[in-house]
Structure formats: structure tokens, C-alpha cells
Design a protein around this ligand. Structure first.
Ligand code: PLP
Length: 376
């Protein structure tokens, strides 16, 4: 594979790390000196700070966002024979966690405007075996949580939020990951709050659930070498926690930077006479989007636009090119092409453009000019 020298990459962590170099080094050295590398005081401090930031009573660190989803479902005793409803338009981990426990992922199509779970479709998918629903706050925007909370209450289902892309996003003043029974965060390096490696966290305000999650992440033992149940090894490193604590202090500022750049794109796309159809992201009222990705819809010309940008040295990307119900590993679920038309259409029509807080005005102007010069 040849490495492309992008004029505008989709994400560049360089400027953010250069600006924080001294603080990050001090944090890493503090952990090295402490000799406490796994869980411990640094992780506990991050758990308190993230819980406060996300408006939940508790937070439980773990090894990744994928594990956060798995641990959440384990804590709810999801098992073979159970059904869990989720979106087919997400990162693999959302459905993977369900299948990993022997339960059945049941997909419901997305709302074509927000790309998040269509609640009426989710409702239609409920059966006597349904135990939980996992909405995904895709690209940094909350799913329709009021309707999902109503649905889960009426049907007696647990609501697990996949907030891996949405730390600090809000809906009606409430934080992503704090509205359901449990919320799952990822600190993968490219997420809005990214570590220097893998990391994840669970958010909950339920004390019993917090205790169970704390046990499950250390092989099911409340104290060392005593195991009440079979858990997994999924602990957060102190080095990651120390790095994340430095970065958490800047997260609001960075999210603001992303929103500003998103607004600039959207204003341009609304006003410019492009000569082809391009829909900017739709943000329902009373929601705070954190623009983990800035995703446009370009019916018919997505791939051509992507190629045009590539030739201009601008990186763009498709999240996600293959909906989950069409993944080979889920063939056994028996969903044919056409089963979830909106997810399938989104996979063909959407494109993420560079929208990170350090994207310069010149870079963004260049992207706008190149999109403007595209002729189908
Ligand atoms: C990143 C992501 C995950 C998984 O997080 P990891 O830390 O990479 O394991 C889960 N769900 C969604 C929607 C994600 O974007």
C-alpha cells in the first residue's frame, strides 16, 4: 500500500499532540513512576471525571468500546435465545457484542435524515424474546432517545446506548450515554476523546449495575482470587487514563471547534449552486451534535465525488460501506439485500469529510472549493 501525502487528511492528531506534548509526557512519567499500570488511582480519577462530564453517577473503565458493549450485555444477563434490537448502520462492534453472547441481533432500519435507529421500525421488531435495544449515537448525534425511552419502558426492555462516537453529545440537555440504563464509550485514538491506544468506559447511574460491571471486568471477582461468576479481563490501563485526563480538559473546546467547522460546511452547501444534490447533516431541534464525523449524502455521485477529492489530495471516507445485515458472518440471520433499504442507501450515498478541530481555514476553504468544482 502506498502512503498518500494528503493535503487535507480526514483526521490529523499531530497538532493536538504537539500542543499537549509537555503535559502528556508528565502524565506518562507520573504513571511510570507510580508503577500502577492497570486500573488504580489514575483510572478511578478518570472514571469520576468522565461520569461528571457525562452527567452520570458512575463510570467503569474497561479495555475498549467493544468490551464496554459486551460487558453491558453481560451485566444484563443477555444470553442464547435472547433478541437484542439494533441498527444495521454502525461499526461492527454493536452487533458483534450481541452475537458474541449467543444472542440474536435483530436489525431495524434507520431514519434516512439522521442515520440513527428509526424507532417505529424498532418497535415493529419487538418480540416476546426481545430483551434490550442498542441505539447508536452515530457520527456524534443522539438517536431519538425520548421515543426509545418510551418504547423500552412500555415493552420492559433494557436500553443500552452505544455512545462510542458521542461523548458529550446532548439531547434535551441530557448527555449521550446517560439516558438509558447503561452507556458505552470508546477511547479509540480516532474518537473525539482518544487515548494512545485502546480504551473504553461504561456509564450508569445504577449502583448495583456499576458493582456488577466492576466485577465482570476482572474475571467476575469482587476481590482477588475469589470469583463469584465468570467475567472477562477488560481493564483500563493507567497510561491511557493519564493521557485521557489531559485531553478531557480540552474536549469541550474541541467539540466547539468541530461544530464551527461543520456549520461552515453546512452553510456553504446550503447556499452554493452545486449543480448536483448534496444533503448536509440534519440536526433535530434541541440536540447538540459533536461531529465525530461530518457526513454528507450525495445520491448517485458519491464515489465520483470521493475520487475527485482524492485527486485533489483530500481524504474522505465511507462510514459504513457494508451494512451489518449484509456482513458474511451474519448470513445466518437470513437478511437479504433490500431488507433495510435506508441503511443500504446510506451505505451507497454517504461520505465523511475532514472535520477535526485543528482543520485550518485554508484547508477547509480548499475542501469547499474542490467540492464546488465537482461536476458529475
Ligand atoms: C468505535 C466504536 C465502537 C468500538 O469501540 P472500540 O474502542 O474501537 O472497541 C463501538 N461502536 C461504535 C459506534 C464505534 O464507533
Amino acid at each position: 500500500m502506498t502512503t498518500i501525502k494528503w493535503k487535507v487528511p480526514l483526521l490529523d492528531l499531530g497538532p493536538q499532540h504537539r500542543a499537549l506534548r509537555a503535559e502528556l509526557r508528565a502524565a506518562v512519567e507520573r504513571v511510570l513512576d507510580s508503577q500502577r499500570f492497570v486500573l488504580g488511582p489514575e483510572v478511578e480519577a478518570l472514571e469520576r471525571e468522565v461520569a461528571q462530564y457525562s452527567q452520570t453517577r458512575f463510570a467503569v473503565g474497561c479495555a475498549s468500546g467493544s468490551d464496554a458493549l459486551l460487558l453491558a450485555l453481560m451485566a444484563l444477563d443477555i444470553k442464547a435465545g435472547d433478541e437484542v434490537i439494533t441498527t444495521p448502520f454502525s461499526f461492527f462492534a454493536t452487533a458483534g457484542a450481541i452475537a458474541r453472547l449467543g444472542a440474536r441481533p435483530v436489525f431495524a432500519d434507520i431514519d434516512p435524515r439522521t442515520y440513527t435507529l428509526d424507532v417505529s421500525r424498532a418497535e415493529a421488531a419487538v418480540t416476546a424474546r426481545t430483551r434490550a435495544i442498542i441505539p447508536v449515537h452515530l457520527y456524534g448525534q443522539c438517536a431519538d432517545m425520548d421515543a426509545l425511552l418510551d418504547l423500552s419502558r412500555v415493552k420492559g426492555l433494557s436500553l443500552v446506548e452505544d455512545a462510542a462516537q458521542a461523548i458529550g453529545a446532548k439531547m434535551g440537555g441530557r448527555c449521550a450515554g446517560s439516558m438509558g440504563l447503561v452507556g458505552c464509550l470508546s477511547f479509540y485514538p480516532s474518537k473525539n476523546l482518544g487515548g494512545a491506544g485502546d480504551g473504553g468506559m461504561l456509564l450508569t447511574s445504577d449502583e448495583d449495575l456499576r458493582d456488577r460491571l466492576r466485577r465482570l471486568r476482572v474475571h467476575g471477582g469482587a476481590s482477588e482470587y475469589h470469583h463469584d461468576e465468570v467475567g472477562i479481563n477488560s481493564r483500563l490501563d493507567a497510561l491511557q487514563a493519564a493521557v485521557l485526563r489531559v485531553k478531557l480538559r480540552l474536549l469541550e473546546h474541541w467539540s466547539e471547534g468541530r461544530r464551527k467547522r461543520a456549520a461552515r460546511y453546512t452553510n456553504f452547501f446550503r447556499e452554493a449552486d452545486l449543480g448536483f444534490e448534496l444533503s448536509p447533516p440534519f440536526t433535530p431541534p434541541d440536540t447538540l451534535h459533536i461531529f465525530h464525523q461530518y457526513v454528507i449524502r450525495v445520491p448517485g455521485y458519491r464515489d465520483a465525488l470521493m475520487k475527485h477529492l482524492l485527486q485533489s489530495g483530500i481524504e474522505s471516507r465511507v462510514y459504513y460501506p457494508v451494512p451489518l445485515h449484509l456482513q458474511p458472518c451474519f448470513k445466518y440471520l437470513g437478511c437479504e439485500r433490500g431488507a433495510f433499504p435506508e441503511a443500504e442507501r446510506a451505505a451507497l450515498e454517504t461520505l465523511a469529510l475532514p472535520c477535526y478541530p485543528e482543520l485550518t481555514d485554508e484547508q477547509q476553504e480548499y475542501v469547499l472549493a474542490r467540492v464546488g468544482s465537482f461536476r458529475p
